[in-house]
Design a protein around this ligand. Structure first.
Ligand code: HEM
Ligand code: HEM
Length: 125
């Protein structure tokens, strides 16, 4: 397993735990409603997407029967995905304003685009 897969799968599980805790506190009224989109994206960009990244980096090259040659870029992609999501979630939850949120949403978008490009290369190059 390449480091990008291990980091993606580990952080997916950590986002699942923290996202579920935020959901619980939100439902109990112990966190304000600003945390709802933070909770949703901790689960969907954090748990679900990072779990998919981790499995895809391992499985897609094997399905295609090729060697994955971009382990370094993949690791950077997973780091950017985590950084972007952390910033987005805190900016939503703590109401840090559109420019802080927008910066980190841009990082998240970049990470998503990088993942798509890397996997398209594996599938078609
Ligand atoms: C212990 C686990 C969880 C708890 C306690 C929890 C709790 C909550 C609460 C209280 C809300 C706000 C509902 C409202 O609008 O009043 C919410 C929304 C949401 N949750 Fe969770 N949740 C959990 C797990 C998950 C998981 C595993 C996912 C996805 C994989 C998820 C996805 C979402 C989404 C997408 C929303 C926003 C829904 C909307 O837009 O109306 N949650 N959750
Ligand atoms: C670059 C990545 C993403 C950005 C910048 C983004 C941005 C947003 C924004 C601005 C909202 C409205 C939040 C609000 O109610 O104030 C939203 C809602 C939502 N997004 Fe995303 N999103 C991203 C990725 C995703 C992904 C990958 C999924 C699912 C796999 C997803 C699922 C949802 C859902 C279910 C809602 C409604 C949640 C709620 O109302 O609390 N998003 N997103």
């Amino acid at each position: 397993m390449i480091p990008a897969s291990r980091l993606a799968l580990t952080t997916a599980l950590l986002w699942f735990l923290t996202g579920s805790l935020v959901g619980l506190l939100l439902g109990l009224g112990l966190l304000p409603y600003t945390w709802r989109p933070a909770h949703a994206h901790m689960q969907l960009l954090g748990f679900v997407s990072l779990m998919i990244y981790g499995v895809a980096y391992h499985a897609l090259p094997r399905f295609r029967g090729v060697v994955f040659r971009r382990a370094g870029v993949a690791l950077l992609q997973v780091a950017l995905a985590n950084l972007g999501l952390l910033g987005m979630a805190l900016a939503w939850g703590l109401n840090l304003g559109p420019s802080v949120w927008g910066f980190f949403a841009g990082v998240s978008f970049l990470a998503g685009a990088l993942f798509a490009l890397l996997m398209l290369e594996v599938l078609w190059a």
